[in-house]
Design a protein around this ligand. Structure first.
Ligand code: SAM
Ligand code: DTB
Ligand code: SF4
Length: 335
């Protein structure tokens, strides 16, 4: 195994779209090799971080994100659920810890974070998750500077807010908030001293240039996001994207996912690149390629926010077969 380096690599924030497309479109095996070289300089190649998600407020969201089962604009059959109690959230966090997760992510289907008791409750959840020794991440929509500061004071490790796709393709997917709104939220998170978790979705009908456009935006953030989730669209009946042809949506085109992950790894050497939604559609071999390309985190458990995820039995087998360990544990699963 090559040695991990503590030296700071040359981190660039000025990658041009031409440079990024040249990386993305390299012969696949060359791209994976380059990504693996960068990966081994800064990350342990035999470890991935386990994260667990919990939807703390589900459905009824006023935004119109065309991929999302929780938007009130579409009929997807997702049952609405008001904000959970602190105890409910912490019970899930304890279970997450028992199954080997070291990061607990709480998601709410809000356009923006409300003030008052609901926000106080989220702050109590964050304090409770941190007290369990877990990293705490929230994804709650847009937030003000004061809310970001309060989350930082509560000990929040990371805030997830995705750019989702390139600025050019964005309007095809979301009309109720702008790309700039998202950048402004990310800026407030960064200024509050919370680490940034920001990525996107592939397989929504965008082309490779749009995937590179997303990566260009992410890599232009200074500092880079510490965490970059790459989601493959989970097609949910009732959402606008569910009706489109498979070929248009890249369904199961694992190699485009591998290229996206590898390019993210090359552009943002220090980031945790997270193989996020969409793993149920991937073979073990495809997931192995994603890890080889530099992905070093997955969501554990049998549910993401509202859609299914492989679950413990499948992941134990996957990790054992690949010889991977969950970060912070000595065995494939700590539970
Ligand atoms: N409402 C908040 C927001 O949008 O910022 C937080 C929750 S939202 C569900 C978090 C992220 O999940 C989205 O930005 C999107 O990237 C991802 N996501 C949602 N639905 C998805 C789907 N069907 N397939 C893949 N990723 C999805
Ligand atoms: C992210 O980029 N992916 C996670 C997390 N951030 C919040 C969410 C995936 C959601 C997939 C659809 C669902 O389960 O509702
Ligand atoms: Fe709402 Fe977030 Fe879903 Fe968009 S992705 S509809 S903001 S819950």
């Amino acid at each position: 195994m090559s040695a991990l380096t503590t030296e700071r690599p040359l981190l660039r924030h000025d990658w041009t779209i031409e440079e990024i497309e040249a990386i993305y479109n390299m012969p696949l095996l060359e791209l994976i090799f380059q990504a693996q070289v960068v990966h081994r300089q800064h990350h342990r190649p035999d470890e991935v971080q386990g994260c667990m998600l919990l939807s703390i407020k589900t459905g009824g969201c006023p935004e119109d994100c065309a991929y999302c089962p929780q938007s009130a604009h579409y009929h997807t059959g997702v049952a609405r659920q008001e904000l959970l109690s602190v105890e409910q959230a912490l019970a899930a966090a304890r279970e997450a810890r028992a199954s080997g997760a070291t990061r607990f992510c709480m998601g709410a289907a809000w356009r923006s974070v409300p003030n008052g008791e609901p926000f106080e409750r989220v702050l109590a959840m964050v304090r409770g998750v941190r007290a369990l020794g877990l990293e705490a991440c929230c994804t709650l929509g847009m937030l003000t500077s004061n809310q970001a500061k309060a989350l930082a004071d509560a000990g929040l490790t990371a805030y997830n807010h995705n750019l989702d796709t390139s600025p050019e393709f964005y309007g095809e997917i979301i009309t109720t908030r702008t790309y700039q709104d998202r950048l402004d939220t990310l800026d407030r998170v960064r200024r509050a001293g919370i680490t940034v978790c920001c990525g996107g979705i592939i397989g929504m009908g965008e082309n490779a240039t749009a995937r590179c456009g997303l990566l260009e935006q992410l890599a232009s953030l200074d500092p880079h996001p510490e965490s970059v989730p790459i989601n493959m669209l989970v097609r949910v009946p009732g959402t606008p994207l569910a009706g489109q042809a498979d070929a248009d949506l890249l369904q199961n085109d694992a190699l485009e996912l591998v290229r996206t992950i590898a390019t993210a790894r090359v552009l943002m050497p220090l980031a945790k690149v997270r193989l996020s939604a969409g793993r149920l559609a991937l073979s073990e071999e495809a997931q192995a390629l994603c890890f080889l390309a530099g992905a070093n985190s997955v969501f554990l458990g049998d549910r993401l926010l509202t859609t299914p995820n492989p679950g413990q039995a499948a992941d134990t087998k996957l990790f054992e077969r690949l010889g991977l360990r969950l970060e912070g544990t000595t065995a494939p699963f700590a539970g």
